[in-house]
Design a protein around this ligand. Structure first.
Ligand code: UT7
Length: 329
């Protein structure tokens, strides 16, 4: 009998209806231009949460769609693993709010924080739970309300991010289809290149923190860019090596959607033509750990992933963290 693998049996996304275009920054006093944003990042617009939309509500929206497609009801979930850099509250985990919202009464629920790589980290943890026999069916969600933590006065960062959630249902399978390989790596020496200096248990929230805006995201963009290209290329190599595949075996590359130039460089390194790369950063901006599961759901909806397709996913984010995964559908 084939060894058990973790297979994707449903996907979904939950995205705010409200869209902010590059032209809308003028109205909030940000000195930028559509041309600059498109040339440097490839972003045209992003979805921004409104009217009480939260990290949990977007996650629930994505999760319900994924469960619907999988034919799984909330009571069947053994676990909910939610990646987020924007939890609704600092305690408890947003995953337990999601559990309550879904009525997934049997599920163990917890958050994973690995910034933009968080969803691939969450998938890797969930895969381990499934293949070790701890769990059979797991909801893995990436949900981010980046609009709550970006500095809307800093043009170098506020134009880059957006909100949204993506989800998959992973289930134990002996079909031979599912997660073929995964890779994760971190480098905490570089944490201060992309971080929120204050607002946690050290440098707690205070009038001074609010005044300095140091509870909001700060990023050394050019430095992050260089590391992102290098690390995403390494991650792609490692997942391919472990699965004994090369770039030519990949039917679709779904990279983290931060910047179209980073995506192009990663694809080139792995010898994957841009026709085989899913790009939606133009419509969403950088939704951190939600970017890959949103893109995966869209790619499946568009018929870009078939029975037997080999999909490579690669991410990079604050920490730094980087990760990759290959799934056979
Ligand atoms: O999610 C994972 C982590 N994040 C990333 O992977 C993002 C990585 N970094 C990037 O994508 C790019 O570095 C950015 C898109 C953030 C910036 O592109 P860049 O080509 O690296 O530009 P830069 O930061 O070096 O800025 C170039 C110029 C600066 O002016 P000077 O100093 O050259 O006169 C900035 O002040 O562009 C200026 N600038 C802007 N101009 C118009 C910065 N932000 C803006 C803006 N509009 N919004």
């Amino acid at each position: 009998m084939k060894r058990p693998v973790a297979a994707v049996i449903g996907t979904g996304r939950g995205v705010p209806r409200n869209i902010m275009t590059n032209h809308d920054f003028a109205a909030i006093g940000i000195e930028t231009s559509h041309e600059w944003i498109v040339e440097r990042s490839g972003i045209h617009q992003r979805h921004i949460a409104k009217d009480g939309e939260t990290t949990c509500s977007m996650a629930a929206d994505a999760a319900r769609k994924a469960m619907d497609e999988a034919g799984v009801h909330p009571g069947q979930l053994d676990a909910i693993v939610l990646s987020t850099a924007t939890p609704d509250r600092l305690l408890p985990a947003t995953a337990v709010d999601l559990q309550a919202a879904l009525g997934a009464s049997r599920a163990a629920a917890f958050d994973i924080g690995a910034a933009c790589s968080g969803w691939l980290y969450a998938m890797t943890v969930a895969e381990g739970m499934i293949t070790s026999g701890v769990s059979e069916t797991i909801l893995v969600v990436g949900s981010e309300k980046m609009s709550a933590i970006v500095d809307w006065k800093d043009r170098a960062t506020c134009v880059l991010f957006g909100d949204g959630a993506g989800a998959v249902i992973l289930q134990r399978s002996r079909s031979g289809k599912g997660i073929l390989s995964a890779f994760m790596r971190s480098d905490g020496q570089l944490a201060d290149l992309l971080y929120r200096p204050s607002g946690g248990a050290t440098n707690q929230m205070s009038a001074q923190v609010l005044e300095e805006r140091s509870h909001l995201v700060r990023m050394a963009g050019r430095e992050v860019f260089k590391h992102a290209v290098r690390s995403m290329s390494e991650a792609a190599d490692r997942a391919l090596d472990t699965a004994r595949l090369t770039g030519t075996d990949v039917d679709l590359l779904i990279p983290h959607q931060a910047n179209v130039r980073i995506i192009e460089a990663t694809a080139k390194h792995s010898n994957i033509p841009m026709e085989k790369v899913y790009v939606n950063v133009d419509r969403y901006g950088n939704t951190s750990s939600a970017s890959i599961p949103i893109a995966l759901d869209e790619a499946r909806e568009k018929g870009l992933i078939h029975d037997g397709s080999t999909v490579l996913m690669v991410a990079f984010g604050a920490g730094f963290t980087w990760a990759s995964m290959i799934i056979r559908f």
